[in-house]
Design a protein. Structure first.
Length: 329
């Protein structure tokens, strides 16, 4: 073999394993979720963001935003006064009608509709019966939502409510220690929970039939101090939870840099799914939603990235053989 041919052959032989390894690498999963899912303008904004970038999101809905004045008076969360909610209620039937349209169309577009319970109470001390009562209220509220505001529901709505709402995130990420919440989730028909916080991006674990996901701590800011990958936690860090629109651009850049750094580490490494959480509130002048839009626009179009809902992520993770049994949660 001549030297040029030998050199070419060596070059190919060195490239082949790298190419094969690249082909065999799993897609980098990015799982974006929203808590509350109430403001109709942000329903539209998030759906448009997803559509232009080929992404699917998960919406953790608080059911009091489907309660009108009559339903508000009847609602009673565990250990709370009747008619109380930490996040309020819908302001009018028209607002509910528009929200129902957004929920339904988001479902048709492939997004996850999931549960954030109803009145956004801290349930860390709740019993299995307490959780079951709140889940039952969530289910009944959605079952009757269209009729409650004088609308005919679309065909398939009951199937969505009964069979396709598979996930739950506890308000304040405040899950009950022990088995009570998990047992109630199983009885309610949930298959996954997204209430944990992990030291960094981590694979989900299965606990007694429920797949448990956690928002990660990610490095952020000049000192790269870890913070939960969620807009509210950034809001508290950046401005002590007080609205600061003057520094909105700086907060956006810090958030985007943290999100992108967390993504890049996994994308170049073991490709553990990256989970990031948001709310239907544009804190600090929309800084965190803008950072999210930039991230999604940057990464979701890549052939080896999948921006998916939790329900879509589960079979992809199971196919990798990476789902572990929980121990000591």
């Amino acid at each position: 073999m001549s030297r040029p041919l030998l050199s070419a052959g060596l070059a190919v032989s060195f490239l082949l394993p790298v190419t094969a390894e690249a082909v065999d690498r799993p897609k980098q999963l990015v799982i974006i979720s929203f808590d509350g899912a109430h403001d109709n303008a942000l329903w539209l904004k998030s759906r448009e963001m997803a559509a232009k970038n080929g992404a699917h999101f998960t919406y953790f809905l608080s059911c009091t935003f489907l309660m009108n004045e009559a339903a508000k008076k009847a609602y009673q969360a565990p250990h709370q006064k009747r008619g109380k909610s930490n996040v309020g209620f819908a302001q009018s039937d028209d607002e509910i009608r528009e929200r129902l349209g957004n929920i339904w169309h988001a479902h048709l577009e492939g997004h996850d509709i999931s549960s954030h319970a109803c009145g956004h109470f801290d349930g860390r001390e709740w019993s299995e019966a307490d959780w079951s009562a709140e889940y039952a209220t969530f289910h009944a509220t959605l079952k009757n939502a269209w009729k409650g505001v004088g609308l005919d529901e679309p065909a398939g709505w009951q199937d969505l409510v009964d069979h396709r709402i598979k996930g739950f995130r506890a308000p304040y990420l405040s899950a009950t220690a022990g088995a009570d919440m998990i047992a109630a989730e199983k009885k309610a028909g949930f298959s996954y929970d997204a209430s944990l916080v992990t030291k960094g991006p981590a694979m989900p674990v299965e606990e007694d039939g429920i797949i448990r996901f956690g928002l990660p701590l990610i490095p952020e800011g000049p000192s790269e101090k870890p913070v939960i990958g969620m807009d509210y936690n950034l809001f508290v860090r950046h401005s002590k939870g007080e609205e600061d629109t003057a520094d909105s651009a700086a907060f956006e850049q810090r958030a985007y840099s943290a999100f992108k750094e967390a993504f890049d580490k996994q994308y170049a490494g073991s490709r553990i799914p990256l989970q990031l959480g948001f709310h239907f509130v544009e804190m600090n002048g929309g800084a965190y939603w803008r950072a999210l839009d930039r991230l999604v626009s940057d990464v979701c179009h890549r052939a080896d990235v999948a921006c998916v809902s939790y329900s879509e992520a589960i079979p992809m993770i199971e196919a990798r053989g990476r789902l572990q049994q929980a121990s000591g949660l």
